[in-house]
Design a protein around this ligand. Sequence first.
Ligand SMILES: *Cc1c(COP(=O)(O)O)cnc(C)c1O
Length: 378
Amino acid sequence: MNTAPIPFLNLKGINDRHRLAFREAFERVLDSGWVLLGEETAAFERAFAAYCGVRHCVSVGNGLEALHLVLHAWGVGPGDEVIVPSHTYIATWLAISHTGATPVPVEPLPGCWDMDPAQVEAAITPRTKAIIVVHLYGRPADHLPEIRVIAQRHGLPVLEDAAQAHGSTLDGVKAGHLGNAAGFSFYPGKNLGALGDAGAVTTDDDALAHRVRMLRNYGSEKKYVNELAGFNSRMDELQAAFLYEKLKTLDQDNHRRRDIATSYRLGLQGLPGLVLPLADDARIRSAWHLFVVRHPQRDRLAAGLAERGIQTLIHYPTAVHRQQAYADQPVSQRSFPLAEEYAATLLSLPMDPTLSDQQVLRVIDGVRSVCRTLQPTG
Ligand SMILES: *Cc1c(COP(=O)(O)O)cnc(C)c1O
């Protein structure tokens, strides 16, 4: 039996499968003599918009800027508030902070990652300008339908942070088409990852798409005609060409991730102290970006797995309001018990479409045997 270490994510293996297509894409760009905002970018934008079922995809430099440019285009700025999950990656909050607005965190319902709709409604003030929902770990926000109704009632737009959720669906609708606009990341480790940084905004809103298109390029549509004080946040032709190739196998990869998640769920049921992530159901199909379990003795579980050559990661070890970056903000003095508990107990198991069935079984065996050695502390 192969006992080689199991990496958390085999990025080289993932990209090796596209080696030939990448070489051809590289030659195509080199031959075109065009490296920014050309035909490759336009072709990828068309393909990704069609994939998500939206009218517009505007490619940008990365996922953080995708979120930031949408908020900026909506006119969010200093003095404004934006509602955001207490439990997410810090980039979701930073997109708000970079506009000068204040992130207003809302806790999840126990066992979920996304926001509790009742607490969302309670957090709305006259200063609230938008609501960001995060499809964390690839799972479309469970309570998005209720949150959309609340948003509509208050005349607020909903921005999806879809950075981890390429190809996931809620009620048959793809992430990227579940709110007024969405921000995607194509960071290399995401389900659809470039060979560098890249991101995109998707939306059905013609005016918003037009505005983001200008904002990403110095606020200009026509060279040297600057209508807005914009930014420089462009996807380059090479990344667009690589992503165009990888998009072709995204569904296949997500399917494999789903199979791995199913195997993990079946193999890890009923272990003392171990809490499994919510399963897909009739309404929700996760992209299974990560398979995140919880355990009261998380660090010992991780150490035991490491001894068995199984690499795990923590997404994320520090709740956002507890990060140094927010130490001078009033939010740092507040308590978000679920976000804090998650930071202390979450563990992400290896998840990668190139994992073999044998590797998946070894992870299951490893977790089972380490869990049995740990005393549940409740
Ligand atoms: C990765 C990620 C981002 C940021 O994307 P970048 O391309 O790294 O800037 C934003 N939100 C979430 C939830 C992410 O996982």
